[in-house]
Design a protein around this ligand. Structure first.
Ligand SMILES: [Mg+2]
Length: 373
């Protein structure tokens, strides 16, 4: 296996050189998914929420279900996404404080809560970041006034002490805003409705070259200790996350074919980049790389490859694997081969002078016709 989809975040697998990668999920807090208690609806919608949590690298998901409710679809999605799924069965009323409390024995102090009755799309990594000094919780609300947009970051101690088990979450959480126990964050994303959402919703995508766009291209960068970030790189990725875009890295890595470093080195750098960006609430959905070169010194990598830019292969593979909307999608690269790869995939390509990525991204987004968020 020379290069594959979804280098991160995914569970480890062997490289061409035989190295087995460590699990590359972040040590992030668990996500808790609350069922509605309507089995057919839960079997369709909870896997969507789990896929969304997995997309942001949350490796542990707790699903609280009414006792005896089937969860085959949820199990299958967890397996497909490399997520550790904890099923907690409860006799408490669905979506009540009692149901939430059923999850507390297996969550960390500080977890993400997603409501099976509907959630506003958001940058899940940014929730704990925005919580900052919030006393106990950050509650997504549907507008400037109090309400419940289906997502929160919360401390376990608060969940344990909020009120009676029977109280529904949509009644228990909004008053925390008024009392100062929680801060509010206005939801800007589309509403994911369990009645109509049965798969990850389509989104436009930003395809980013790596060297010269996210990190300084100082001749085959591969050592995290020597990496220099391009100014505005983290901010740009977070801006794209919050605008509802998929964010993908597509990078030629002929240094593998030339024998300068291995695929394991490339994957290690991508894990490091993902972890660094996560600290700033920024998230890359997948890293794609092509290790081939027609004149590679290492015979196993010596070939013309449609994935090597200016070929469109990496972009097309991502578009086949993820629900990417063409409208609004674009590529940013620092070489003409990046722009050519985008053109070959039928997308606009923007040549980046390696100055400030957030400034360029802001300009591109302001001109985009994507109106999903
Ligand atoms: Mg480049």
């Amino acid at each position: 296996m020379s290069s594959t989809l979804q280098d991160a975040p995914q569970a480890g697998r062997p490289d061409a050189d035989g190295t087995v990668e460590q699990d590359i999920r972040f040590a992030a807090p668990a996500a808790v998914l609350l069922a509605t208690g309507q089995p057919v609806q839960d079997e369709a919608f909870l896997p969507v929420l789990l896929a969304e949590a997995a997309r942001f690298g949350l490796g542990h998901v707790v699903a609280v279900l009414p006792a005896g409710q089937p969860h085959a679809a949820l199990d299958a999605m967890a397996t497909a996404r490399g997520v550790t799924l904890h099923i907690r069965e409860t006799t408490a009323a669905p979506r009540s404080l009692g149901a939430l409390r059923a999850a507390l024995p297996v969550v960390t102090d500080g977890f993400l809560l997603l409501d099976g009755a509907g959630v506003a799309e958001s940058n899940l990594l940014a929730l704990p970041l925005h919580a900052g000094e919030a006393p106990a919780a950050l509650v997504m609300r549907p507008g400037p006034t109090a309400g419940w947009a289906g997502a929160a970051w919360m401390r376990a101690g608060l969940a344990a002490s909020l009120g009676a088990d029977e109280m529904p979450l949509h009644q228990a959480l909004p008053p925390l805003l008024a009392s100062g126990q929680a801060r509010g964050l206005e939801a800007s994303g589309r509403w994911l409705d369990p009645a109509t959402t049965h798969a990850l919703p389509p989104r436009p995508a930003a395809f980013l070259d790596r060297d010269g766009v996210l990190i300084v291209d100082d001749h085959y960068p591969h050592d995290p200790a020597k990496v220099q970030w391009i100014p505005g790189a983290w901010q740009a990725v977070r801006r794209l996350n919050e605008a509802g875009y998929f964010v993908f890295v597509v990078t030629n890595q002929a240094g593998v074919g030339r024998g300068y470093y291995t695929e394991a080195t490339v994957r290690h750098l991508h894990r490091w980049m993902a972890a660094e960006m996560a600290q700033a609430g920024a998230h890359i959905d997948a890293f794609e790389y092509c290790p081939h070169h027609p004149e590679a010194d290492v015979a196993a990598y010596r070939r013309s490859c449609h994935r090597r830019k200016p070929g469109p292969g990496m972009i097309l593979d991502l578009m086949a694997h993820w629900p990417v909307e063409r409208a609004g999608s674009f590529m940013i690269g620092d070489r003409s081969t990046d722009v050519a790869a985008a053109a070959a995939a039928g997308l606009p390509g923007h040549l980046f002078p390696s100055d400030d990525l957030d400034r360029m991204t802001t300009i591109i987004l302001s001109a985009s016709n994507f109106s999903g968020v």
